[in-house]
Write a protein that binds this ligand. Structure first.
Ligand SMILES: NC(=O)c1ccc[n+]([C@@H]2O[C@H](COP(=O)([O-])OP(=O)(O)OC[C@H]3O[C@@H](n4cnc5c(N)ncnc54)[C@H](OP(=O)(O)O)[C@@H]3O)[C@@H](O)[C@H]2O)c1
Length: 332
């Protein structure tokens, strides 16, 4: 990955490319379009692709990876490919099946990173409404989560995953998990953008040598309707972001990405627009923020969580706040 900006994953000393391409089509972008974005991105310098089985497009991305690798346009070892275990497959045999299917669909023989997508094992159908509560939904259970983690550890033992990690976690949940892991949590993927900075969780991850990957780094402007509420704010319209963008002569999106890298996060913006794919990579490769600009953006946090996770609520849960342990204890 010569010349490509990277961050060091402390648990292994590996270098993770400092920007990834997101691949969640938010239920409205066709898998083929995402596949073409991946092809364009890799041809133009991206080295990190954020995938997940639930995005429903790994088979298309796999065809693109196969083409590029077999044409000698890129070597497998130059890429960082992330996969994620969906919530309906936390049980050991199901997790193994799902992991093997991701490898097969992606047409690769190992993943650089495999994450437990959400810490809740319930299943909800794709595109279901935010008000629907699955009768099978359960709150977080440490032992059950660790059983899933053991299965992920076996993927590392077998040389099939280089790193394993978590996503959508909280400090109370991670604290317990870290006490019980045999193979460390290398990465935590979490929602991060200027209006939702999660400073305590980021600090916790850094203190525990967990690399931070930030999802929805631009504030997910095209997220599905179900993930929108009237209180949501718009990062890219924040006057501080707009003013700093003018000073750098770039789009506000670039400033969100420069801010992520200035804080040591790895942002994974989705784009299927060639101009945006190029400018997002350029944003993290050139012209960083000054310390003063970084500090100004650090001060515009609005604690505005966009991906609230309503669909994971269990029968007796009050509302989505219960998913995020805001009182410092695990809500059950
Ligand atoms: N772990 C998890 O639970 C989780 C949850 C959510 C998301 N994710 C991951 O994070 C990725 C990114 O999150 P996201 O898609 O929600 O939000 P995002 O990256 O913040 O926003 C993506 C949107 O921003 C637009 N955009 C991209 N670059 C732009 C630019 N330079 N200027 C203007 N607009 C730009 C894109 O439209 P164009 O295509 O038109 O450029 C796209 O619709 C996902 O794709 C997925 O891989 C993970």
């Amino acid at each position: 990955m010569k010349g490509h900006p990277t961050i060091t994953v402390k648990s292994t000393g590996s270098e993770m490319p400092a920007i990834g391409l997101g691949t969640f089509g938010s239920d409205h972008i066709e898998p083929e379009k995402i596949g073409e974005a991946v092809r364009f991105a890799i041809r133009n310098g991206y080295r990190h692709i954020d995938c997940a089985s639930v995005y429903g497009n790994e088979h298309i991305i796999g065809q693109v990876l196969h083409d590029l690798i077999s044409n000698n346009e890129i070597k497998r070892e130059e890429l960082w490919i992330t996969g994620k275990l969906w919530n309906d497959a936390h049980e050991s045999e199901a997790a193994k099946r799902s992991f093997r299917k991701s490898l097969k669909d992606l047409q690769i023989d190992y993943l650089d990173l495999y994450l437990i997508h959400w810490p809740f094992p319930n299943y909800h159908p794709p595109k279901c409404s935010v008000d629907s509560r699955s009768p099978n939904a359960k709150p977080f259970d440490h032992q059950r989560f660790m059983n899933t983690w053991r299965t992920l550890e076996s993927f590392v033992d077998d040389g099939l995953a280089r790193h394993i990690g978590t996503s959508n976690m909280t400090i109370p949940k991670l604290t317990g998990v870290l006490e019980d892991v045999r193979i460390p949590v290398s990465v935590n993927e979490m929602e991060l953008h200027p209006h939702f900075q999660q400073p305590e969780l980021v600090k916790f991850c850094k203190e525990h040598d967990i690399a931070v990957v930030g999802y929805s780094p631009l504030g997910s402007p095209h997220r599905p309707e179900r993930d929108r509420t009237p209180e949501d704010t718009v990062d890219m319209e924040d006057p501080v972001i707009v003013e700093i963008a003018k000073a750098h002569n770039v789009h506000p999106a670039s400033i969100c990405l420069k801010w992520a890298n200035a804080n040591g996060h790895v942002p994974i913006p989705l784009s299927t627009n060639e101009r945006n794919i190029l400018s997002n990579l350029e944003a993290v490769s050139t012209d960083p923020l000054t310390q003063d600009e970084k500090s100004r953006i650090d001060s515009i946090d609005r604690n505005c969580r966009l991906i609230k996770g309503h669909v994971f609520l269990w029968e007796n849960a009050t509302d989505w706040h219960d998913l995020w342990d805001e009182n410092g204890v695990i809500t059950t």
